[in-house]
Design a protein around this ligand. Structure first.
Ligand SMILES: [Cu+2]
Length: 126
């Protein structure tokens, strides 16, 4: 539990740092920074799903078409990211490794780990 909180804190800190960097860049760019800051910040948001404690976190992630989604395996065992409809399959993701794919089609895809069938999650593409 403590470990999970630490990871969440790290992710939040990274997000804040990216936002601050984007805001700083927009400020340096001058007068039109107010309108350009928001798109710049949102485009830097990482679409990352952490695999930890035999769970995908978050269990449901919503992204936009064309965005890249990355799964990071922080467990000590390998997992997979396997779509029930066959639209994607990571194969084995080793402990400490990651895998990414592009969100190509709108809709919801449920996925699971073929090694641990109780590990399930969903990806929503808009
Ligand atoms: Cu697994």
């Amino acid at each position: 539990m403590l470990e999970r909180r630490r990871v969440l804190g790290t992710l939040l800190a990274a997000g804040a740092a990216a936002w601050l960097a984007a805001a700083g860049a927009a400020h340096a760019a001058g007068a039109q920074s107010a309108s350009s800051a928001a798109p710049a910040a949102s485009s830097t948001v990482a679409r990352t799903i952490v695999i930890e404690g035999m769970q995908y976190q978050p269990a449901t992630l919503t992204v936009r078409r064309g965005e890249r989604i990355t799964w990071v395996n922080r467990d000590l065992v390998a997992h997979t990211v396997t779509a029930r409809d066959g639209s994607f399959d990571s194969g084995s993701i080793a402990a400490g490794a990651s895998w990414s794919t592009l969100a190509k089609h709108a809709g919801r895809v449920d996925y699971a780990c073929t090694f641990h069938p109780t590990m399930t999650a969903g990806l929503v593409v808009r």
